[in-house]
Write a protein that binds this ligand. Structure first.
Ligand SMILES: [Zn+2]
Ligand SMILES: [Zn+2]
Length: 202
């Protein structure tokens, strides 16, 4: 299925647009402080019940950070009605993505050049400008564990999350999809040259 979305300029409408297209989103505060877990999910609480976030059954829709991400449009509408300024987070692997995060402020452009000298030019895919001078290249996940980074300023977002346009970067700029500002679901797979070799199941 081709997903090609025109992303509204306002955060609440944009969040709904992503969710309605099947992209899991969750709220991220501008200062990134996480929403509190409920007592049963809070490891510091005496009521805590040990469980993995993926297995949570508490029913509170904001527990465990990005594990709370949802495609439920009604819930998303409610979240952004409560906090219209919240940024839009999207877990990467849970959405089928593996993202190369290039931050020139920390030498990411240099690291990418060095990497491409070694492995060849990486395939192009859907790109997002981060609003802070950085770039996301969004690939389809290879479905295996990936390293967290490939060099200074060159991170791999896979188990974590990214912010989606039109979220506001800490520098004040807004995230924006490259090209015409539309979001396209990536069809290009994570480069095989960057995928750790799998141990063969003998
Ligand atoms: Zn909970
Ligand atoms: Zn829980």
């Amino acid at each position: 299925m081709t997903v090609d979305l025109r992303i509204p300029a306002e955060l609440p409408a944009a969040a709904e647009t992503y969710a309605a297209a099947g992209i899991k989103v969750f709220r991220v505060r501008r200062n990134k402080t996480p929403y509190a877990n409920c007592a049963r999910c809070d490891q510091k609480s005496s009521l805590y019940i040990p469980h993995r976030p993926a297995d949570c059954r508490c029913g509170v829709p904001t527990c465990h950070g990005f594990w709370a991400a949802t495609t439920n449009v009604d819930l998303v509408r409610q979240w952004w009605r409560e906090e219209p300024d919240a940024n839009i987070g999207a877990p990467c692997a849970l959405n089928g993505w593996a993202v190369l995060d290039i931050d020139p402020r920390h030498g990411g452009d240099q690291s990418l050049a060095v990497l491409e000298q070694r492995v060849g030019v990486l395939p192009g895919s859907v790109m997002q400008l981060t609003g802070g001078g950085g770039l996301h290249i969004v690939y389809r996940t290879p479905g295996v564990v990936l390293p967290g980074g490939l060099g200074p300023g060159l991170d791999v977002k896979h188990n974590g999350y990214i912010l989606l346009a039109p979220s506001v970067h800490s520098s004040g700029g807004r995230y924006r999809w490259s090209g015409h500002g539309r979001f396209l679901q990536p069809t290009v797979g994570w480069p095989a040259v960057l995928t750790p070799r799998q141990r063969s199941a003998a």
